[in-house]
Design a protein around this ligand. Structure first.
Ligand code: FAD
Length: 520
């Protein structure tokens, strides 16, 4: 047996007592404390395998069992780390931030209720994108999902980390309309119209009366979400668009300045994402097929790869959803806008209801092929993402790219970057792909990540989401008013979670009892 990663204030005897309490409340088959169990809850993409070690896991199947687990955690002052399906790869997977925490694995809670009139689905956290996709198919329901590049995870889990998909419903956290939450003290609340007994409007009016709480439970550690209403997109009559490739790194400026206004005017209602050549290439080839030289790839190798796959330095997919007549008119607007900025290639695409669908994020089909990118370097692959929010401005995007690309070269890394449009912002997602078996390169990841955080901070750009390793670092960059926001977060934390048992350290929010762990 390996050494147990003990939570603060615990010894092996106290762990055994707490685990016996879990077994007696939930049953042996819902408590996991063997070495194999712990390994199953490690972050498979960890930069340092000695961090974020779970003590074990418990997997309740009902709200009452979640409450029972919370009661025991309060009794023993044992930190719980809730996950829905725990596929948060690139941001920590299913591992807890604080070593010694018990993972509260909600993946066995899999109920789905659907109201086809309003297009509102009520989900438990264990429902994955594949489960919901199958459910809609089985019941012949004409609604589409908004799936992330790795759709192995949970619909709720993704929305709770502000994940994104690629249809007009792409900002998944905005599709939440009412939550059921177990608070750290064990009490259950329903937000919005859910607080009104028998209200038939829980899933259709997001605000209720008084303060709105849904977003308080997103990226926080204030409660355990056991149910969420989510809006689904009605199947459109038509889907039209184009995949567009551009030849030079500098083309990024014109792309952003052309697509941005179309997005803000809502000619485009989905969230296009401009990605560089490696985003496309890393899922179809491996680095050692092109070179064995260390350091960032040279331009001639990049050119050879692009030529073979006929891809631009940047590519973007634009899609129009809705009535066919309107899409046809809007397509002309897109086509002219793209031709005006001289793309290398435009590949049109068109679908109408009744035809077989393309299996992609544009049709909300779950997918996992993008995970192939972790094989780029060979070995045990992984990646972490550095994702600052930047203004929707071509010059600023190009400057951000140039700054980041130089850092990739400085640290000898191949650049995989993208710029995903929100309605008024860009999320600049930079994937740092690595091979965990390359010890020398693994040592460079942490200083590289920190350099990027610092560069972005100087520009006023903060990350929208980050890996467990960097939650304190990133929270600290949100420093206006001497860190007023984090002080507010921690005031709320202490009020809702007086024993500090829920996800200590998540998003840089530490409970009073464990504040000394910050930055450890
Ligand atoms: C190649 C690749 C491509 C990817 N592409 C995308 C992409 O396009 N878009 C995107 O958004 N992500 C992407 N990801 C990241 C990630 O895999 C997905 O976001 C995935 O959906 C997250 O896992 P999950 O849904 O199982 O969430 P979980 O891991 O279950 O949850 C995420 C976090 O939310 C909190 N949480 C979860 N459930 C609860 C709950 N019930 N109560 C309270 N807190 C909770 C926890 O802190 C948890 O750690 C990608 C990853 C890879 C490797």
């Amino acid at each position: 047996m390996e050494e147990l990663p003990l939570p603060p204030g615990f010894d092996a005897a106290k762990v055994q007592q707490a685990m016996r309490a879990f077994v007696s409340a939930l049953g042996q088959d819902k408590v996991f404390l063997e070495d194999e169990d712990r390994i199953a809850y490690h972050d498979k993409f960890a930069i340092d395998d000695t961090h974020h070690l779970p003590l074990g896991a418990v997997a309740p199947t009902t709200v009452e069992e979640v409450q029972a687990a919370v009661k025991i955690a309060n009794q023993y002052l044992l930190p719980l780390w809730p996950i829905s399906r725990g596929k948060n790869l690139g941001y920590g997977g299913n591992a807890p931030l604080l070593s010694g925490s018990v993972v509260l694995d909600l993946s066995r809670m899999k109920k789905i209720e659907f109201d086809p009139e309003s297009g509102v689905v009520t989900l438990e956290p264990g429902v994955g994108f594949y489960d919901l996709y199958d459910y809609l198919k089985q019941h012949d329901l004409p609604f589409w999902l908004s799936t992330p590049g790795n759709s192995w995870g949970s619909v709720i889990g993704n929305a709770l980390d502000r994940g994104v998909g690629y249809t007009p419903y792409g900002e998944n956290t905005k599709n939440i309309c009412g939550l059921e939450v177990v608070l750290p003290t064990g009490e259950v609340v329903r937000t919005g119209m859910g607080a009104f007994p028998k209200a038939p409007t829980w899933g259709v009016y997001p605000f209720g009366f008084g303060p709105g709480w849904d977003q308080m439970f997103v990226q926080s550690n204030f409660g355990i979400v056991t149910k969420a209403n989510m809006w689904l997109m009605p199947e459109p009559e038509s889907l039209m668009g184009m995949d567009v490739e551009f030849d030079k790194p500098e083309d990024l400026k014109a792309m952003v300045d052309t697509i941005g206004p179309l997005r803000r005017e809502r000619v485009l209602t989905q969230s296009p994402s401009i990605g560089n050549w490696l985003r496309a290439a890393a899922v179809v080839t491996r680095r050692n097929e092109w070179t064995d030289k260390p350091g960032a790839l040279s331009d001639d190798v990049i050119d050879a790869i692009r030529k073979k796959f006929n891809i631009g330095w940047w590519g973007v997919s634009l899609r129009l959803y809705g009535r066919e007549e309107i899409n046809k008119a809007a397509y002309k607007v897109l086509e002219k806008a793209m031709n005006d900025i001289k793309p290398m290639l435009i590949k049109p695409t068109s679908w109408v209801k009744g035809q077989p669908k393309e299996h992609s994020g544009w049709t909300g089909t779950p997918m996992t092929f993008p995970m192939q990118n972790v094989n780029w370097y060979g070995g045990r692959g992984g990646h972490i993402g550095f994702s600052p929010i930047i203004p929707q401005d071509g010059t600023k995007a190009l400057e951000q790219f140039n700054r980041t690309y130089s850092r990739y070269k400085e640290y000898g890394m191949d650049y995989q970057g993208s710029f995903a449009f929100g309605e008024r912002h860009l999320i600049n997602v930079n994937a740092m792909i690595f091979d965990k078996d390359d010890a020398e390169k693994m040592k460079r990841i942490d200083p590289f990540f920190r350099a990027l955080v610092k560069d972005a901070e100087e520009m006023g750009y903060g990350e929208y989401r980050t890996h467990l390793d960097y939650m304190d670092l990133v929270a600290k960059t949100y420093s206006w008013g001497g860190g007023a926001l984090n002080r507010l977060n921690e005031k709320v934390k202490d009020a809702l979670d007086p024993n500090g048992i829920l996800a200590p350290g998540k998003s840089g929010i530490w409970p009073n009892r464990l504040r000394k762990e910050r930055g450890q």
